[in-house]
Design a protein around this ligand. Sequence first.
Ligand SMILES: Cc1ncc(COP(=O)(O)O)c(C=O)c1O
Length: 432
Amino acid sequence: MDMTVENGHLLWDGCDTVELAKTYGTPLYVFSQSIIEERCQELRQDFVDKYDNVRVAYASKAFSTMAMMRIIEKQGFSLEVLSDGELHTALKAGFPVEKIEINGNNKSMAELEMSIDHGVGRIIVDSLQEVDRISAIAKEKQKTVNVLFRITPEVNVNTHSFISTGQKDSKFGIPINEDILFPQVEKAINAEGINFLGFHFHVGSQLDDNSAHLGAVDIALDLVQEVKKRLDYEVSELNFGGGFGVRYTDEDIRQPFAYFLDPMMEKVLAFCEKENYPQPAVVIEPGRSIVAEAGITLHTIGAIKELPGIRKYVSIDGGMTDNIRPGLYAAKYTGVLANKADQPAAEKVTISGKICESTDILVKDIELPTVEIDDVFATFSTGAYGYSMASNYNKLLIPAVVLANKGQANVIVKRQTLDQLIENEVIPDSLK
Ligand SMILES: Cc1ncc(COP(=O)(O)O)c(C=O)c1O
């Protein structure tokens, strides 16, 4: 993986990671603002500045903090949220509400009301009950809500089945079925308080092959044509989701955004030309590809256990509580000893967490310099779905997050405290 080393220490966006570990303690998430901004710049170059009427909505589930919302806002991008919590974070960060869109396969009435009260830019409908619910709330509040339908495009993707979402048997999206989809679309077009914009899909995540995205675009365009034919209605927006893959290890490929977006846009533009159809706005929702490679996690090494002829376990002061992806989807990571970043590999070890689960293994069989207690292990590419999925299992604290930018470091999330862990707990009188 790409890295800068100075005096044997790993630097991250100009900051000495060993010093960061000392100053802020470990486990510690460290994000590079420069890398996040580079990815945004690539998106502008490959998409926003290249095509008319297109937008990027950062999928905030990948890393949702107020500081991150500020970075995204400064980039001029929109924002995708999935819950009242993500919406609240964005609003508290001052994110322009009209540039927020909300997804979710089971939005509560409270979440729909909150979204409509604040005036979010779009609600992506993902269930058969939602049109009626949105229309009722919008009528009562005398508002008009922009709506897209998330469809299940029924394409198979080459990724872990737990992060593929667009196949037929999926909890996500409205099935493209005669008796289900078209009556819903017709209802949305005619419903009071609803402005039906078009269709949304998200085929899956961590993809380095564009075939699923391209297949889904074909399906969405067929649908656009069918809606015109059957309902005489022209859609004005299509949302193609996220899913663009990143490098977790040296074996992974991060394709340029253009690899996915150019042929997708070619299809849309060719369709519009052929059918004499006004070009709908095209929105994408990248999450991981903006933030994954910008983040690393620092851990301090404690217990070391050698099982002769079997393996050497090296334990860190965190684990699946700060990065559940290896346990959840067998995700692979790599890393370095941040304080020995210029030393050659000397042994093969397995990095294990301190959580009471056998699946709490962060990296299996990694070559490192000779590992000693108190070394600092830096895991690469933990910026997406690391902090987002962090938990308090075993009552470990959620780590702090530091934002590094050209040698300057700022804490953007403080480490949780032991008292915060139990602040919502109540002992009933009968147990006192
Ligand atoms: C609807 C939707 N949009 C966007 C994303 C972001 O995907 P990624 O982080 O892979 O770009 C997801 C991820 O699950 C999603 O469900």
